[in-house]
Design a protein around this ligand. Structure first.
Ligand SMILES: *[C@@H]1O[C@H](CO)[C@@H](O)[C@H](O)[C@H]1NC(C)=O
Ligand SMILES: *[C@@H]1O[C@H](CO)[C@@H](O)[C@H](O)[C@H]1NC(C)=O
Ligand SMILES: *[C@@H]1O[C@H](CO)[C@@H](O)[C@H](O)[C@H]1NC(C)=O
Ligand SMILES: *[C@@H]1O[C@H](CO)[C@@H](O)[C@H](O)[C@H]1NC(C)=O
Ligand SMILES: *[C@@H]1O[C@H](CO)[C@@H](O)[C@H](O)[C@H]1NC(C)=O
Ligand SMILES: *[C@@H]1O[C@H](CO)[C@@H](O)[C@H](O)[C@H]1NC(C)=O
Ligand SMILES: *[C@@H]1O[C@H](CO)[C@@H](O)[C@H](O)[C@H]1NC(C)=O
Length: 796
């Protein structure tokens, strides 16, 4: 029972705290459409359609005021009661410090730090991705309500992790377009508030790259946005600095085929099914034209993917069109080209500075600016920014009490548990039995630093803890030593102490790998090996310790640790990415057997020899003529250290196909009357049909029923990955491609079933050299671990 008087006192205190937080933040008292003086404009009238309100607002502005809107940092329009607004806030894996829209200097001084995206992706759990998006949105709205964040965030980063050296690969969901699409859809839907909107609680779990049909409009979600998410960076952006190339001027030369089946699908899904309200165009050029000035590229989302939202440039990417790329002769041409191509807002001040002269020179018409403004204001309107006091709105009650909640912190822990990947476990040394040892040594320059847990785009965690803290909370006697001074590990000064520490312990956990000094924005790696003398440290410790050691690898990018895979003195290898604020606890739980690992690598781990591949070569497909090995599991045929999807468990799993068709007939699904005309023959007599010529993909869908048996004595989450291998009818056919995935819960010695829906038009088709999808006829192989099942696609 509550003590009522005490409870009341608490309420009063809470209220006073709220009032003081409001008055201490001057920005907060300002909001558009504030009564009594500024609430009667038509753009404040919530009964009118969004576009009408946006048009009305634009019609009230002078040219000068309009130009002031074309920056992330927008100045106020006092005569209309519109305060300034900062469009740029960041939230890849928690509210982050990187954008000027966010401040941790106020009543809210921390926010939940989820694992960096690459580790969360390794969970292959769509529900988790959705819930993380939702949790970040709650914290973002809460911070907005106390004046510490905007409503527009520039996440997720869904560029394909094409090259293992890429410094920002860690921010992405990995190398597979289907996984990246699925991640984009669920993160964005959670983030933009699908959890909160009526009638839209059920997520579409199918058809990540499905073509939008007219009749899909019927279930189009409400226009309302809790927060605005931004799919970045459109497109083919995945190089920071390599040799003479850097991201500000790099010209990504991309084939239609690679664009269609690798670079674009995540963006299409993010928009079409995630319903993202923002896209960011990238710094790089795409086939000779800066992405932010490529009209065809920026038109496609609106014309073909039903995009409703605004397009921002990456920061100063409009300036680079002139300054770095020399694509235009003048700054005025650069702002005109970007605006007319469809860039609505420029992160930075370049458009502010040069747009007036561009209009004077006739390079830009006022209607071009109006179009951008309508896109921008429409998103702000959908966010409720012009509905009056935000405290009275649907999300008005969110505040400090909704940030760093035990529920969110538990979700951060859950994400780290589900993502961590067990790569090696000789003689089942793991899990360690709690009562069979008395001491544990934790060694490594990364093991005792709470500020390295989140990777790029981190905020201030609720509860900063290092990996060592996680072990200390867990195990009996633990000791720590760094071994190297820092991650670079340029000297062996700490080795002797590390040897002593290792000798005294029953078991040794050695934490090595990468941090942001090795891989980050503006910094690609040049090597895939462990930095500096880390490898020497590992061998030294492995030789000195009583038992074979447990190697824990940090970082987002793949590492060539083949020496450790082969070395019997290194019994186990775990990859933990950047595991976020609860990563230490999650790792300890896994090592001591309180959680059964089930994460899978979302990227291929290549050997060091891969660094001879030019990083600027965007081609996905192998080309033996020039000794080019291809990229990602879909095209690369060389040796790997670990493959895409690799990940062990403390259980063994056994699969069975319960049901899947052996034959699929296209009869009745091809364009009427055209009969054999739609069949296309290639050299060796194999046939295919163009997807455009299939009248009904829906009727061709089938589901594959799968049974998963856990042959072990621990329950566990298990990721089912279903691949297809299509007949190689054309050049550039992938070796295999992911059809679907599901993370299932399994009980010890129990069986569970799942079904994966297959749309042959999407999952069994491939892109041709013109970027059009074709469906090969003949035997398609579905594979599940070592199991295979043939489906023959025929026209009769
Ligand atoms: C808001 O718009 C509706 C629909 O046009 C109109 O009926 C109503 O009078 C407007 N309200 C105000 C306060 O102008
Ligand atoms: C935003 O613009 C205002 C002036 O309008 C300026 O005082 C402020 O420093 C700017 N903020 C950033 C982050 O550039
Ligand atoms: C652009 O021009 C500048 C100076 O004119 C030059 O230094 C730079 O190398 C050029 N950049 C490119 C990408 O051509
Ligand atoms: C705009 O044009 C005027 C007149 O030609 C010139 O004086 C001014 O420097 C230009 N402004 C910018 C920012 O280039
Ligand atoms: C932890 O890492 C941060 C950021 O890299 C660094 O500034 C700090 O010195 C490190 N702290 C320790 C105790 O090594
Ligand atoms: C680490 O090493 C790299 C490459 O050897 C070097 O560029 C970088 O400056 C070093 N960083 C630190 C923090 O020592
Ligand atoms: C997926 O994640 C959610 C949220 O953490 C969790 O409740 C669920 O158990 C996970 N599914 C599996 C099979 O692990």
């Amino acid at each position: 029972m509550h003590n009522h008087r005490f409870f009341f006192l608490l309420l009063v205190l809470q209220f006073l705290k709220l009032c003081s937080s409001f008055s201490s933040n001057p920005h907060h008292r300002l909001f558009p459409c504030k009564p009594p003086h500024h609430s009667s404009y038509p753009f404040c009238n919530t009964s009118l359609p969004i576009t009408t309100r946006a048009q009305s607002l634009v019609s009230l502005l002078t040219l000068h005021e309009k130009i002031q809107q074309l920056s992330d940092n927008v100045s106020a329009i006092p005569r209309l009661g519109i305060p300034s607004y900062e469009w740029w806030s960041e939230s890849l894996h928690g509210i982050a410090i990187n954008g000027p829209g966010v401040s941790f200097d106020g009543v809210i001084n921390s926010a939940t730090s989820f694992p960096q995206v690459i580790l969360t992706a390794a969970s292959f759990n769509r529900t988790l991705w959705f819930l993380i998006g939702s949790a970040i949105a709650v914290e973002g709205r809460a911070m907005y309500n106390v004046g510490q964040a905007g409503l527009t965030f520039w996440a997720p980063n869904i560029n394909i992790f094409r090259d293992p050296r890429w410094g920002r690969g860690q921010e992405t969901p990995g190398e597979d377009p289907m996984v990246a699409s699925a991640y984009a859809i669920d993160f964005v839907r959670g983030f933009q508030g699908a959890n909160w909107m009526s009638g839209s609680g059920i997520r579409n779990r199918f058809g990540e790259t499905r073509v939008l049909k007219d009749d899909d409009d019927g279930n189009r979600e409400d226009d309302d946005l809790m927060l605005s998410a931004c799919c970045k960076h459109l497109t083919a952006y995945d190089l920071e600095k390599w040799k003479k190339f850097n991201r500000y001027s790099f010209n990504a030369v991309v084939s239609e085929q690679d664009l269609a089946d690798t670079y674009q699908p995540p963006f299409r899904s993010c928009v079409e099914q995630g319903k993202a309200s923002c896209l960011m165009c990238s710094y790089n050029e795409v086939n000779g034209v800066p992405a932010c000035a490529r009209k065809d590229l920026l038109d496609q989302p609106r014309n073909e993917w039903a995009f409703k939202g605004y397009i921002t440039s990456d920061c100063d990417a409009v300036a680079t069109v002139f300054e770095y790329q020399n694509y235009t002769k003048t700054p005025e041409d650069a702002v005109a080209d970007a605006l007319k191509a469809g860039t609505d807002i420029n992160c930075g001040t370049y458009m502010l500075r040069h747009m007036l002269n561009a209009t004077k020179l006739g390079k830009v018409q006022e209607e071009d600016i109006d179009r951008a403004l309508i896109n921008l204001f429409s998103v702000q309107l959908r966010l409720g920014l012009f509905d009056g006091n935000p405290r009275k709105g649907k999300f008005g009650s969110l505040g400090p009490q909704n940030v760093c909640t035990s529920e969110h912190k538990k979700l951060a822990l859950e994400a780290a548990r589900q993502g961590i990947v067990l790569l090696k476990n000789d003689k089942k040394i793991l899990p360690l039995k709690k009562n069979e040892y008395s001491s544990l040594a934790v060694i490594g320059p990364l093991a005792n630093n709470a500020s390295k847990m989140g990777g790029g785009y981190s905020g201030i965690p609720c509860n900063p803890k290092s990996l060592f803290d996680g072990f200390q909370d867990y195990a009996k006697e633990t000791s720590y030593t760094a071994g190297c001074l820092d991650v670079n590990c340029t000297s062996d000064v700490g080795f002797d102490e590390a040897i002593l520490t290792a000798r005294k312990a029953d078991f040794v956990v050695i934490v090595l790998g990468l941090d942001l000094t090795q891989e980050t924005e503006d910094l690609d790696r040049v090597s895939l090996l462990l930095p500096g003398k880390q490898m020497a440290l590992l061998s030294t410790i492995a030789a000195a310790s009583k038992e074979p050691v447990i190697l824990v690898l940090t970082g987002g990018g793949p590492l060539d640790v083949s020496f450790a895979e082969k070395d019997p003195r290194i019994a186990s290898i775990l990859w933990i990415g950047y595991p976020g604020e609860a990563g230490g606890r999650a790792l300890a739980e896994i090592i001591f057997g309180d959680y059964n690992p089930g994460g899978r690598l979302p990227v291929t781990w290549y050997p060091q020899s891969f660094t001879s591949v030019p990083m600027n070569d965007m081609s996905m497909r192998a080309d033996s003529a020039r000794g080019y090995p291809g990229r990602t599991y879909r095209f690369y045929t060389g040796n790997v250290v670990y493959s895409f999807g690799q990940g062990l468990s403390y259980s063994n799993y056994v699969y069975e196909f319960l049901s899947a068709p052996n034959k699929l007939s296209l009869t009745g699904s091809l364009q009427a009357g055209s009969g054999r005309k739609v069949l296309h023959q290639v050299g060796d007599g194999l046939d295919y049909v163009n997807i455009d010529e299939v009248t009904s993909c829906d009727s061709l869908r089938f589901s594959v029923q799968i049974s998963v048996r856990n042959d072990g004595n621990m329950d566990g989450g298990h990721v089912v990955l279903l691949f297809s291998r299509v007949p190689k009818v054309i050049k550039g056919t992938p070796e295999k491609q992911l059809v679907g995935f599901d993370r299932v819960h399994t009980t010890s010695y129990g069986s569970t079933t799942t079904s994966i829906l297959v749309d042959p038009c999407v999952h069994l088709s491939i892109a041709n050299e013109y970027g059009k999808r074709i469906l090969p006829l003949g035997d398609h192989t579905l594979s599940l671990g070592d199991l295979e099942h043939l489906v023959s696609i025929e026209t009769n």
